[in-house]
Design a protein around this ligand. Structure first.
Ligand SMILES: [Zn+2]
Length: 248
């Protein structure tokens, strides 16, 4: 096999690995996004519970202040009852007191209800918060793992790129230009000769061309159909007809 083809075959392997690394590096943020997806819904639920708690607490404070007012009214009515002159006035004062005391016990019942509601909201919030924290811990662990993975991928990428540059420096510039053009167009630019045909595009080679390839290993040949660099996989002393190599 021609030295340049051998080198480009190696370069092609490195380029393939670089593509895989890029694909992996690009896929990692998506994995984090998928893990993080339920966090927003949980946070919204926690926020809703906190808002409901705050509303119940505000109502409780309002009712407590109403109770204070009602108690003050009852005390005032009791003082007033000592000064009334007629039975009718006295009855009116007592009715007032009865009404206020009824209101106070209604308010106190509502406070008990609100306390239960608040406890419910707080318990719900705690439960969701525990779920959220669990997911957050998983996300943090995945992020750390992904950071390590990405660092390793980037380091490998750098190493392969250096290796690739080194390989490319040794190749004939014309061959390299053709290789790059075909690689851009078709992905892989080196193909094995497979049963008298190009191993990539599968088009059968002209007999004369086939003869040239197999008899002149010192030259570089390009498939006349797809433009890929062709190589004979197994070279023995009777190289001429060895064309049963596996596809690259
Ligand atoms: Zn071809």
């Amino acid at each position: 096999m021609h030295k340049d083809v051998e080198t480009l075959l190696e370069a092609q392997g490195l380029e393939q690995r670089l593509k895989e690394l890029d694909a992996e590096i690009n896929s990692l943020p998506r994995r984090i996004a998928l893990l993080e997806a339920p966090l927003a819904a949980h946070q919204a639920e926690i926020d809703r519970a906190a808002a409901a708690t705050a509303m119940a607490q505000a109502e409780r404070r309002k009712i407590e202040s109403q109770i204070q007012d009602l108690k003050a009214r009852v005390a005032k009515s009791r003082n007033h009852s000592a000064e009334v002159k007629t039975n009718q006035e006295y009855k009116a004062v007592l009715d007032e007191i009865t009404y206020s005391e009824g209101e106070i016990s209604r308010c106190e019942e509502r406070i008990l209800q609100l306390m239960e509601e608040i406890e419910g909201h707080e318990a719900a919030a705690r439960e969701v918060e525990a779920k959220r924290a669990h997911i957050q811990a998983e996300v943090d662990a995945a992020k750390a793992e992904i950071r390590t993975r990405t660092d390793a991928d980037l380091a490998e990428k750098q190493r392969l790129q250096d290796q690739l540059s080194e390989l490319r420096r040794g190749i004939n510039p014309n061959t390299l230009r053709r290789y790059d053009r075909v690689a851009r167009l078709r992905g892989q630019a080196v193909a094995v000769l497979d049963h008298y045909a190009c191993g990539a595009c599968r088009v059968r080679l002209r007999p004369q061309f086939l003869q040239e390839i197999t008899s002149r290993p010192e030259e570089v040949f390009f498939c006349e159909t797809c433009g890929r660099l062709l190589y004979v996989a197994v070279v023995t002393s009777e190289a001429a007809n060895v064309t049963t190599a596996p596809v690259a």
